[in-house]
Design a protein around this ligand. Structure first.
Ligand code: DGJ
Length: 374
């Protein structure tokens, strides 16, 4: 009798535990952002999506980023691009690996290559999800400097690798009619180091490293990338299906080594936040604004304020995330890299404050979405 009672109780306990596991009940819910701290996903594991980008669709946010492994080897792509989903931005569900690296060592995205800063956009014409990333071929350090693209029918993947290349071979930059001849790149007599790299790479396509993609209100998409040995940023138009470059592009802040671009738009003004170029070490962020995507883009200094602002609080920009349904609500998303143990990299999410049309970022130990008014 007593044995039967205990057996029954044990059975009930097991059943409850299984049900709690399935429903996620009992897992600590995140209720605020804690920049720089461990950020557990729905399984209690620190989110593994570095150099990330976001996509919002029908009430769900998707977070795509570099899946890193432990140790220094984690700076190379041993697994692929990890995807998470969330309804509230605090709690993220592990959706698994959206793009797997290949076991075929001859493949462009062979295991052990460098695959950084993946960003996904949705194409309404083809109904495909398009993932762009910075790709360095296996064993070639950072010399390949290619843009890679993969597509999927589902946001969470699996994504199929399409191609990788250096954008815009043979194409000269697009200039406004008012641009003086003296400001245009002259490959007969390059005026600067950066112009020299541009001219060197003209036949085969421009170098493409740190990057983001941005879709404008009219559906046109743009790829922004560090080019010319990281000396200059290019902003290039993508084809209507988002899987190629049209050949139209501009060069931004020539010769000033901008990395980690993140673009957003508010009240008809385009904003870009980026970083300087110091490897994995943090440096001061920088921001730019423009009233046309084709520029001119004006350098506006460091958006970060207060202690730690000279090193972006230890981080480097990767994305600016608009909060759905809220006006003027944009989150600055940065990575705090830990190259010696790549998997331990942290995320710095901070709200962007607007002073008129200027922006400011301040450090917060923790914060909630209610910092945004509506
Ligand atoms: C800085 C870049 O922003 C990162 O994405 C990565 O490429 C590191 N440099 C490598 O040193």
């Amino acid at each position: 009798m007593i044995t039967a009672y205990f057996k029954q109780t044990r059975l009930v306990a097991i059943l409850v535990a299984v049900l709690m596991g399935i429903s996620g009940y009992g897992k600590a819910q995140q209720k605020e952002f804690k920049p720089g701290q461990l950020w557990p996903d729905d399984k209690g594991v620190h989110i593994n999506a570095h150099g990330g980008g976001f996509l919002y669709q029908k009430g769900t946010y998707y977070w795509f980023g570099e899946h890193k492994i432990a140790g220094g080897a984690g700076n190379r792509a041993m697994v692929g691009v990890h995807c998470y989903s969330s309804k509230d931005l605090y709690n993220w569900k592990d959706e698994g690996i959206a793009l797997n690296v290949s076991d075929d060592l001859a493949n462009d995205i062979a295991k052990g290559c460098i695959l950084e800063r993946p960003k996904v956009i949705y194409n309404k014409l083809t109904k495909k999800y398009v993932m762009w990333f910075h790709l360095e071929l296996l064993g070639k350090g950072y010399s390949a400097a290619r843009a890679g693209v993969a597509t999927s029918d589902k946001a969470t993947g699996p994504y199929t690798f399409v191609k990788s290349y250096r954008p815009n071979p043979g194409q000269m930059p697009f200039y406004a009619v008012t641009t003086p001849e003296s400001e245009k790149v002259n490959c007969t007599n390059p005026a600067s180091k950066s112009d020299g790299f541009f001219c060197r790479d003209l036949p085969g396509g421009q170098m493409a490293r740190d990057m983001t993609v941005f879709v404008d209100d009219d559906g046109k998409a743009y790829h922004v990338f560090s080019s010319e040995e990281n000396f200059t940023l290019d902003l290039a138009e993508l084809t209507p299906d988002y899987t190629g470059h049209t050949g139209k592009f501009i060069r931004i802040y020539v010769g000033h080594q901008t990395e980690a671009p993140a673009l957003f738009k508010r009240n008809g003004i385009y904003y870009m936040i980026g970083s300087g170029c110091t490897g994995w070490d943090p440096n001061a962020a920088r921001w730019f604004s423009a009233t046309s995507i084709w520029g001119p883009w004006t350098y506006r200094g460091n958006p970060c304020k207060g202690p730690g602002s000279e090193t972006t609080y230890g981080g480097q920009s990767t994305y600016v995330l608009p909060v759905a349904g809220k006006k003027d609500a944009f989150i600055f998303v940065a990575d705090k890299w830990t190259p010696k143990d790549a998997i331990d990299g942290r995320y710095l999410w901070l709200p962007i404050a607007f002073k008129g049309d200027d922006i400011e970022i301040n450090w917060l130990d923790s914060w909630k979405l209610d910092v945004f008014k509506k």
